[in-house]
Design a protein around this ligand. Sequence first.
Ligand code: FAD
Length: 436
Amino acid sequence: MHIAVVGGGLTGMTAAQDLAQAGHQVALFERDSVLGGLAGSFEVGGTLLERFYHHIFTSDRSVLDLIIQLGLGENMEWKPTTTSYYADRVYRLAAPIDVLRFRPLPFLDRIRFGMLVFQARFVGDWRPLEGMTAKEWLIRLSGRRVYEQVWAAMLRGKFGDRAEEISAVWIWNKVKLRGGSRGKSGQERLGYLRGGFGLMVEALEAKLAGLGVAVHKDSPVEVIEPAPEGGFLVRSDGGSTRYDQVLVTTAPELLAEMTPGLPANYRQQLRSIEYMANVCCVLDLDRSLSEVYWLNISDNRIPFVGLVEHTNIQGPERYGGSHLVYLTRYCDPLDEYYTMSDDELVKAYLPHIQRIFPQFRPEWVRRSYVWRERYAQPVIARHYSRLRPDFATPLPGLWLGCMAQIYPEDRGMNYAVEYGHLVAQRILSDGGTHRV
Ligand SMILES: Cc1cc2nc3c(=O)[nH]c(=O)nc-3n(C[C@H](O)[C@H](O)[C@H](O)COP(=O)(O)OP(=O)(O)OC[C@H]3O[C@@H](n4cnc5c(N)ncnc54)[C@H](O)[C@@H]3O)c2cc1C
């Protein structure tokens, strides 16, 4: 079969690999000039760095298997990392003992807060959580004060006005995943690929080339339409080519835009899956801000929800001495920070860094980069399983495999790889027959 894969993120690349390995002729279309999608990279000091901060958890089996298969297993490093929390000052929250010392909460609430991680681990069946919001679940387990003090600002920072609609399933999964990635002492351990996850993307790209996959970069797909002789015409680069099957790995809304022939009710379903955008500022500093890797910001006056000092997981020596800090903001695509110029954004952020780290001086900034992504995080509201689209679309031979299908888990490189395998298997097993 001739198969087109739209989107060169990890889902599309993994699926393209599996389909080509099964003997099919595959073409991969990517809008951007590099592959990797949200896990794409750029270079700092001669080393690849993700545009958006990335690490993996000890339970991320599928991406670890891919790394090993690509011959990069030796590069995988597991580091104890420090997570902290900023309210009026920085509080360390890296190990269970830190929770007991967490002064913003009265002592009993600290215990309730700490217990949440254990309670989340023992939730066997997530279905009863589907009808509950994250807010209801968090208040039920750890009380209103813990919710207001710790979780409310975090949820607002990630989902804006939609924060109170977010499903308990989403937060349960987050707490479980992060709480589970720990060493014996309870200290958090996170994984990073020495040299950057970009090495994995590059190795996968080389593998695709070896398998004969035709990779078209800088090639946004504009239209997908049924071909008169069967299959689909895919229009990109000013030309149209016919394929027997097409797999789209972009946000569902983009599939609706690209494919006018989809039934109206299905297009409506795709459009009702909302995504948060993300604007991520990367600062190249001449010195470190602190020893904290991951700083959650719980202060509504600060326009970013997280500050990630990447060079606390991969030393600055790998980046020609640069200390690299990400400042992340999830938002609506019309948000003022998302739409302002890169220079304005950096200028607006600097005083807030100083608020958190009073010793910080703007002169420490050697360079800055700003990355934006419209489709960064699906909004997972209550009863999301009813909204989640199937791999099969109503047009036989047209498939959707994307971040918005990952559930009850949340998006991440691991699930992009896992769902890439799953959607390829489904295409191979259904062989073009249709099932919704
Ligand atoms: C801020 C941030 C931090 C993250 N941190 C982590 C982390 O620490 N660990 C982790 O595991 N994961 C993390 N992730 C998530 C992870 O990056 C994603 O889950 C994963 O990379 C998604 O892969 P994908 O292929 O499904 O989607 P995408 O990477 O979104 O790929 C879709 C691709 O389709 C392309 N495309 C869109 N329209 C068209 C078109 N018309 N024609 C052709 N191509 C098109 C896009 O350019 C893109 O390359 C993070 C994400 C963000 C935003």
